[in-house]
Design a protein around this ligand. Structure first.
Ligand code: SF4
Length: 182
């Protein structure tokens, strides 16, 4: 079995609601998304090594991403009782994060250079060391798609993945990139 088949098998069996292959020409790193981080959209700007500015410039991200030839989007969709169902939102988020991190570990075994980009900031440590001390797990830390300047709704649309599943649902989207050149 070749690596791409193994990768696909691992991702397909992880329990995500939806998965979709990324056409690499649709991966656009946008200054506007970085500006949303800087404007405090999620409140993690300047608070974590995996978020800007700690994760490097958009040019650094572009350079890093240029090594990768394949990508796969993964998504968890949660059903909510109503739009105020905070417990349901949290539960879907945790379910997605658990699947995403466990899958990243399995993928690392066959593709050590995998680049996982998550939904939200890096939470591998209880408290991030930023900015006082170096990152505790630089090989494993996980930036968000937004930290890389990727507009999630845009990349979903361009790769035939829905982004919005209607009222009383919540969708968490992440992705993995692979260097299969060797
Ligand atoms: S691995 Fe730990 S120290 Fe490094 S970015 Fe993530 S939370 Fe911060």
């Amino acid at each position: 079995m070749d690596d791409l088949k193994k990768i696909t098998e691992i991702i397909e069996s992880a329990g995500f609601s939806h998965t979709e292959r990324i056409h690499m020409e649709t991966v656009e790193l946008m200054d506007e998304v970085r500006e949303m981080c800087q404007n405090g959209n999620c409140g993690m700007y300047g608070k974590n090594w995996a978020c800007p500015p700690g994760c490097g410039s958009l040019e650094d991200c572009r350079k890093n991403l240029s090594r990768y030839q394949k990508g796969i989007l993964v998504q968890t969709v949660g059903e909510l009782e109503d739009s105020m169902d905070w417990e349901g939102i949290k539960e879907a988020e945790e379910r997605h994060k658990k699947r995403f991190l466990e899958t990243a570990e399995k993928l690392r075994e066959i593709c050590p250079e995998v680049l996982p980009l998550g939904a939200g900031t890096c939470t591998l440590c209880k408290e991030c060391t930023y900015p006082g001390a170096p990152c505790r797990q630089p090989e494993k830390r996980i930036s968000s798609m937004e930290a890389y300047g990727i507009l999630v709704s845009d990349i979903c649309t361009k790769n035939q993945m829905k982004y919005y599943y209607g009222p009383d649902t919540i969708a968490y989207t992440s992705c993995y990139f692979f260097d299969l050149s060797s």
